[in-house]
Design a protein around this ligand. Structure first.
Ligand code: NI
Length: 170
């Protein structure tokens, strides 16, 4: 069990385009995945991307078998390891909802996302993943994959009146 510190916004490692993974099923990759889960769970996150713990690879984990402390009212998302992902919007419908990020502690904003997406990629063994999802599941995937492309949610905020500190929001 290895809980890593999470890089915070301002760290240039969060702004890189992460490298694709070329070897699957290795001991090193399994260890990185476990470290991501451990760190995500310790921080009560809904997801975590490898760049957030300083690993320059296209690897994210998200979802939970249990209710999440930070998002207790949100639908469950199946625990997923997603590697080298691509996202295709299904239709052009967008929706705004609240997001936070472990790399932007204490803050929340309303962020526009595609309502429905298809996401593709690979699991830790290199088996393909291909899902079409909507709602909170689609939002989490878009948020986590953004980390692989050097994008943090504040960069997508349109209405900065809906951006602030959680403990100041009523
Ligand atoms: Ni994040």
């Amino acid at each position: 069990m290895a809980i890593h510190s999470i890089l915070k916004m301002g760290d240039p490692r969060l702004l890189r385009l992460a490298q694709p993974i070329t070897e699957f099923g290795t001991a090193g990759l399994h260890q990185q995945v476990q470290d991501l889960w451990d760190t995500m769970q310790a921080a009560s996150g809904a997801g975590l991307a490898a760049p957030q713990i300083g690993i320059d690879l296209q690897l994210v984990v998200f979802g939970s078998e249990d209710r999440n402390l930070r998002y207790p009212d949100r639908p469950l998302v199946p625990p997923t390891v997603l590697i080298n992902p691509t996202i295709t919007p299904l239709g052009d419908s967008e929706e705004e909802d609240w997001e936070g990020c472990l790399s932007v502690p204490g803050l929340r904003a309303k962020v526009p996302r595609w309502s429905r997406i298809r996401y593709q990629g690979f699991d830790v063994y290199g088996a393909p993943i291909d899902r079409s999802v909507d709602g909170f599941h689609a939002r989490v995937v878009q948020h986590e994959c953004d980390h692989l492309w050097g994008t943090l949610y504040p960069m997508r905020v349109r209405d900065f009146r809906q951006f602030g500190y959680v403990d100041a929001m009523l």
